[in-house]
Design a protein. Structure first.
Length: 206
């Protein structure tokens, strides 16, 4: 609750308190293997193709669970994640010959294999930085500003996105207050990861 209040409203929770709540929330997630597995299964339910093999599904859940439980995503490990996501989203038996790229959800923000891998990479990056004790108040405040700006844009477009989302339309429904509090940590984790990846990309020599 302190984290959600800090994320959405000014003047109620100081950033230092939010930082402590953040570290506690992430730490609990790491210690609970089932939390990471549930997240992996939820992602599989969203993106998995009906003809993906049980082996591909099991591999996907194993890899995403490990990353959600604190395992680092290395440069060498990224191709394995890419393969695991592609095997459940675009099974070779269906998509190899056609050359079709599968895109889920609204046309404005389609969810492709690369999108899902980027999502996983952002979550893993933020999780690793937090567990290393390197998420300071400046990073949290930057992530909060990005989150608020992106949410303003999202809320303005939510009706259109839901209409275009097809089978994923339920993802764009208005959450209950309880769901908003429950989702605050996951949303912040994703945004922190995106901020960190953006910084890393900008820092690379051209």
């Amino acid at each position: 609750m302190p984290l959600a209040m800090w994320l959405w409203w000014d003047g109620y929770v100081p950033t230092r308190q939010a930082q402590r709540a953040w570290t506690t929330w992430v730490g609990r997630g790491r210690r609970n293997q089932e939390v990471a597995r549930e997240g992996a299964l939820g992602l599989l339910e969203q993106v998995g193709y009906q003809l993906a093999t049980p082996t591909a599904r099991a591999r996907f859940v194993r890899i995403i669970t490990e990353l959600g439980n604190g395992k680092s995503l290395t440069v060498r490990g990224r191709p394995e994640v890419l393969d695991a996501v592609r095997d459940v989203m675009e099974p070779e038996s269906v998509f190899a010959a056609s050359g079709i790229v599968r895109a889920l959800g609204p046309a404005q923000t389609p969810m492709t294999v690369e999108t899902v891998v980027g999502h996983v990479e952002a979550l893993s990056t933020a999780l690793g930085r937090t567990l290393d004790g390197k998420v300071d108040t400046a990073l949290l405040e930057r992530a909060r500003a990005v989150h608020r700006a992106s949410m303003t844009d999202y809320l303005a477009k939510r009706g259109i996105l839901a209409a275009e989302a097809g089978a994923l339309a339920d993802l764009f429904r208005e959450p209950t207050l309880e769901e908003q509090f429950d989702q605050a940590g996951h949303q912040l984790l994703l945004v922190i990861g995106m901020v960190l990846i953006h910084r890393r990309t900008r820092a690379r020599p051209q």
